[in-house]
Design a protein around this ligand. Structure first.
Ligand SMILES: C[S@@+](CC[C@H](N)C(=O)[O-])C[C@H]1O[C@@H](n2cnc3c(N)ncnc32)[C@H](O)[C@@H]1O
Length: 334
């Protein structure tokens, strides 16, 4: 899909000079571009790793000056604006800005909005989306407030545009926190820790001596670092699906994701459950929250000996699970 629009925007291949691509994913075919003259900005760990493995120069923030910038639109409008502001900041005078996005990610509205500030050319529609070029004016032209800035999200917490639940505490996480036992085990992992609210609730319980926050979104990890200043917290920008620690832990707390982009994908949550089982000691406990309709019972039973629903409502279920009673629990973790 992306390849088809890149091919149309750059029919003669690499446009010449240095190119910045903010938001390219590991699944993209970037063959029209020359990897020697391309920097990709990608903060989602699995995509970052995937692109890096394919030999691309990948960073979590743009670095340097570029003759062309391509911005892939994310879902959140504020995050899209922040990517555009970052691209413009790193363009050489006279540089070209390209915007690529799906209709479902608001490309049409953004095209209309940008036309109010700058000349737009070469609008190419394909595969339920558009790519178009903005002839960037030399003077400052983007409205104030487009650049990514941390904003208050809950008392004592800030976050950045595009991060999960950037408008407030997730109700599922709140329900999970309400059902955690008064005392928690010593070594705990928060898988998919976001901007750190749930982690802060874990650290507020007595008993915890070490908490590992594991999160794939770089902006979320950076927000969590600012929000959770407790010295017991250790931050891991990582893919929870293959996350490992040298020593097992005795507690995992998680509100796993169930979307890959726009697609609901319960396999993501199932992989988080497998990781939780692998990280825990035989007597360790998992506490998790999930949307009620998500079919996690089978994968929970595969990895844990005892699984109990300890709370919930029509929307969410809160589950406590332990490997205890499962004969092959140790074998499963290897
Ligand atoms: C439902 S949210 C919960 C966030 C946080 N615990 C909270 O309470 O607000 C799930 C989190 O998992 C993160 N995530 C998605 N895929 C991931 C992966 N493969 N590895 C680690 N984290 C991931 C998302 O970025 C998101 O922050």
């Amino acid at each position: 899909m992306t390849q088809s629009r890149l091919d149309l925007a750059f029919p003669d291949g690499h446009p010449g000079g240095e190119v910045l691509f903010i938001g390219a994913t590991a699944a993209d075919d970037l063959s029209p571009l020359d990897p020697q003259h391309l920097q990709v900005v990608q903060g989602h760990f699995p995509d970052h790793q995937g692109l890096s493995t394919r030999g691309f120069r990948v960073a979590t923030a743009a670095d340097g000056r570029f003759d062309h910038a391509i911005v892939r639109l994310p879902r959140a409008k504020a995050a899209a604006r922040a990517r555009i502001a970052e691209a413009v900041r790193h363009l050489t005078p006279g540089g070209q800005l390209w915007i690529d996005g799906q209709k479902t990610d608001g490309v049409d509205a953004l095209l209309k909005e940008l036309r109010g500030f700058a000349p737009v050319a070469e609008v190419i529609s394909k595969a339920h989306g558009k790519i178009f070029r903005v002839d960037v004016p030399v003077q400052d032209w983007l409205p104030d407030g487009w650049a990514a800035t941390a904003h208050d999200v809950a008392p004592g917490f800030t976050t950045l545009p595009g991060v999960f639940s950037a408008d407030g505490v997730d109700p599922g996480s709140r329900m999970l926190a309400d059902h955690l036992p008064p005392k928690l085990p010593t070594r705990v992992v928060d898988l998919g820790a976001g901007w750190g609210w749930l982690s802060a609730q874990i650290l507020a319980r007595p008993g915890v001596t070490e908490l590992h926050l594991v999160e794939a979104d770089h902006a979320a990890v950076e927000s969590a670092r600012r929000n959770v200043s407790d010295p017991r917290a250790q931050f891991h920008w990582a893919d929870a699906r293959d996350f490992r620690l040298r020593d097992p832990v005795n507690g995992v707390v998680m509100n796993p994701p169930f979307h890959e982009g726009r697609q609901a994908d319960p396999r993501l949550g199932a992989a988080f459950i497998a990781t939780a089982a692998r990280l825990l000691t035989g007597a360790g406990r998992l506490w998790m929250v999930a949307n009620r309709h998500l079919p996690y019972e089978t994968v929970l039973a595969e990895h844990f000996g005892q699984v109990h629903e300890i709370g919930g409502d029509t929307r969410f279920k809160v589950i406590e699970a332990t490997a205890a009673g499962k004969g092959n629990a140790r074998k499963d973790r290897r």
